[in-house]
Design a protein. Structure first.
Length: 266
């Protein structure tokens, strides 16, 4: 269970540019039949990545045609339950499935991840510790993998909150996680192909500390010059107010409202 991250160097092999986003959960902690808790899968040429693991994500992977045993890396934006609670069934199924996992699984998060996982292990013991599992804490910075580069930046939500940028073969995607307005997020998302960004309440409602409203999303999108903006982490009130129309009026980029089980070519 040690953090033994293998850093790969690129070789001369040519890859087809391929990055596809699957929205597994576009909602929040609030039970809502339209939207589940946070979770996003990214398929690259050789790698499957999971960004956050809110409740229900494991079975939704199957709904979009992804075998959960093929997930290579999980990156957690922070440790709130609506972003992490399905780690328990995911790891339990991975350990006890009739089909055996054939490759390592790496879970990454900010400082505090080791303590967080130790608490889960204290409760569930070896039932959630499959073979070849590594738990890795990462600070702000860049990690190079076989077919992608990951950049992590702190955001304004909790002490453990981080946004992630994935660059692979000429394509890029940024995931904000939960955040308030953040200069670091703007810099991280500079000229990205896709910005997956939270928006938790309409502008006319009181500001929710640690979260974004439509006008702030528009500012971040415009300042970062992201080419595609995918709005997510939507409370039910956001659908009632049609916040995406407000954002589209302010942003030149293509604006998409995330829906559970949606697939988007990047």
């Amino acid at each position: 269970m040690s953090c033994e991250l293998r850093i790969y160097s690129k070789n001369s092999q040519l890859f087809v540019n391929e990055m596809k986003l699957y929205v597994l959960g576009s909602g929040t902690c609030v039970p809502y039949d339209r939207r589940g808790s946070s979770g996003y899968a990214i398929k690259l040429q050789k790698t499957t990545i999971l960004l956050d693991c809110g409740n229900g994500i494991t079975w939704k992977l199957g709904k979009v045609g992804i075998d959960y045993l093929e997930v290579d890396y999980i990156f957690l934006s922070h440790f709130h339950p609506d972003h992490t609670s399905d780690l328990i069934p995911f790891l339990f199924a991975t350990k006890h499935t009739q089909s055996k996992r054939k490759k390592p699984l790496h879970i990454f998060g900010a400082k505090g991840l080791m303590k967080f996982f130790s608490a889960l292990k204290e409760a569930y013991r070896e039932w959630i510790v499959p073979p070849e599992l590594s738990i890795c804490e990462i600070e702000e910075g860049i990690l190079e993998f076989d077919d992608y580069k990951l950049t992590a930046k702190k955001t304004v939500h909790t002490e453990s909150s981080q946004a992630y940028r994935i660059d692979s073969e000429g394509k890029s995607l940024v995931y904000s996680g939960d955040t308030d307005y953040s200069e670091s997020l703007i810099e991280l998302a500079r000229n990205t192909d896709a910005l997956v960004i939270e928006c938790s309440a309409p502008d006319e409602k009181s500001k929710i500390k640690g979260h974004l409203a439509p006008n702030e999303v528009a500012q971040i999108a415009n300042q970062s010059m992201a080419r595609k903006v995918i709005i997510t982490h939507l409370y039910p009130i956001c659908d009632e107010s049609n916040i995406v129309s407000s954002i589209r009026e302010q942003v030149e980029a293509d604006v998409i409202i995330a829906e559970d089980l949606m697939a988007i070519e990047i």
